[in-house]
Design a protein around this ligand. Structure first.
Ligand code: HAM
Length: 431
């Protein structure tokens, strides 16, 4: 029989790590509530046009999409990121008419990019993202960065760095684009084939090119800050003063242009500076987009957002040791020498229905082996529910903390456990 393995660039999250993902997701939900974001979910499958726009030069759109055709005419793709899908839905359902602006939308889900897989870079990965749509203000930019930054800090990550840049408004970008075109045209022959193409359409992306980034002529390339209009400069200065006011340290990085084409004004990334971060150290990235919504057929609304790579975050969290020891918290393990004895099932159901985490034995094996299982699972109590107990409707309960063993009536079992565990909880609270 054929046996299969995961497809290249995809992964299984096994039980030993699942709790780490769940922990990240629970805290993420709490942060979204603190900042007033509402979750929504859009499909993994979208029309290709949602992502592929005319003149798009990003690697993600031109090289990394999983695309296919249905019936020879429907061009579809697996979403490579969340933003365009969310904007499609915002426009389709006119969400800007249904809720107060700015819309604060959050999402979590799988994205697909045909990239060369390596640690922290997969072909299927999960993003935790937010989009704040319908208002443009430096305070919002700072607030969005704050949500991501303080989320990572609260998770316990210490070695992180916020990188910040402004791509300016439309006017700044046009001036900068012209300056870059003039500059890089003199080095055209030294540019990689992709950048030779980018030169005409989007020379900004040359700054970000994995192949050309370290070439000598890059150092003297014109810098964005010199081309920002007074308005864009003032906007960016205010974003920075807001970040200072709320104590978010950042570094300016003129080379930060981001991999996607829709950004304007503020762009940012949060990088791990941990020694084991490896090549894929960007935990999240995002920025403002002034024209994406109108370009996709919606009203003239500005937006800003970011997306966290969840797998990367968990990997970096593991490297920084933020997840702590794995605890089982098992309350009761039921021991039973006769696997046909359904009294064990009755007791387990009673315990679980009253909120006690319970495991029971299903194998015909010795008492000693079952005690070993209970100890391995760090059960707080061991309950023997054999023939004798069934006939008397009792359980023989052993408290693993003090080895005290007692016979308790079935009807008294919950009160008995509540009392002991309740007292322990109270004692823990007063310490
Ligand atoms: P992005 O920078 O392409 O931005 O992706 C955001 C994050 O997703 C990255 O920083 C990284 O952590 C994670 N990521 C990206 N590709 C992979 C991969 N192949 N494997 C594992 N993790 C990956 C966006 O996607 C924008 N939509 C963010 C945004 C939202 N901008 C505005 N709103």
């Amino acid at each position: 029989m054929a046996s299969y393995q995961t497809i290249k660039g995809t992964y299984d999250i096994l039980p030993d790590r699942y709790a780490e993902f769940a922990y990240v997701e629970t805290l993420w939900q709490q942060f979204l509530s603190l900042y007033g974001y509402k979750m929504m979910r859009t499909p993994h499958l979208e029309h290709l046009g949602v992502y592929q726009k005319e003149n798009d030069t990003s690697d993600m759109v031109t090289k990394e999409m999983f695309t296919f055709t249905i019936n020879g005419h429907d061009y579809l793709c697996l979403r490579p990121e969340g933003t365009a899908g969310i904007i499609r839905a915002v426009i389709e359902h006119k969400l800007y008419n249904l809720y107060d602006l700015p819309l604060k939308i959050a999402y979590q889900g799988e994205m697909f990019r045909y990239e060369r897989p390596q640690k922290g870079r997969q072909r299927q990965f999960t993003q935790l993202g937010v989009e704040n749509i319908g208002a443009k203000s430096p305070l919002i930019d700072a607030e969005v960065i704050a949500l991501g930054y303080f989320f990572l800090k609260t998770l316990g990550l210490k070695e992180i760095k916020v990188c910040l840049n402004s791509l300016g408004d439309q006017k700044s970008r046009l001036a900068y684009k012209a300056a870059l075109q003039a500059y890089f045209t003199s080095y055209k022959d030294e540019l990689c084939p992709d950048c030779q193409r980018r030169l005409a359409k989007n020379p900004l992306r040359i700054l970000d090119c994995k192949v050309d980034r370290s070439k000598e002529f890059m150092h003297a390339a014109p810098q964005m800050s010199a081309y920002l209009t007074e308005e864009a400069k003032a906007y960016f200065a205010k974003v920075q003063s807001c970040l200072k006011r709320i104590a978010i340290p950042y570094e300016l990085d003129e080379r930060l242009v981001r991999g996607l084409d829709y950004y304007t004004d503020t762009v940012f990334e949060v990088i791990s500076t941990h020694d084991n971060a490896g090549a894929q150290s960007t935990i999240f990235g995002g920025g403002r987009y002034d024209s994406l919504i109108a370009e996709m057929g919606g009203p003239e609304l500005s937006g800003i957002g970011f997306a966290i790579g969840e797998e990367r975050l968990v990997l970096l969290g593991e490297a920084e040791g933020i997840f702590g020891a794995k605890e089982t918290n098992l309350d009761v393990y039921l021991i039973n020498l006769d696997v046909e004895n359904d009294y064990a099932l009755e007791v387990a159901t009673l315990l679980r229905n009253n909120g006690f985490m319970t495991e029971m034995n299903f194998y015909q094996r010795s008492l000693k082996a079952q005690f070993k299982s209970a100890e391995r699972q760090q059960a707080r109590f061991i309950a023997i529910v054999g023939e004798d107990e069934r006939n008397k409707r009792t359980v023989t309960l052993k408290d693993q903390r003090n080895a005290k063993q007692e016979s308790i009536a079935y009807d008294d079992l919950i009160n008995y456990l509540d009392e002991i565990l309740g007292e322990e909880e109270n004692a823990a609270d007063t310490h």
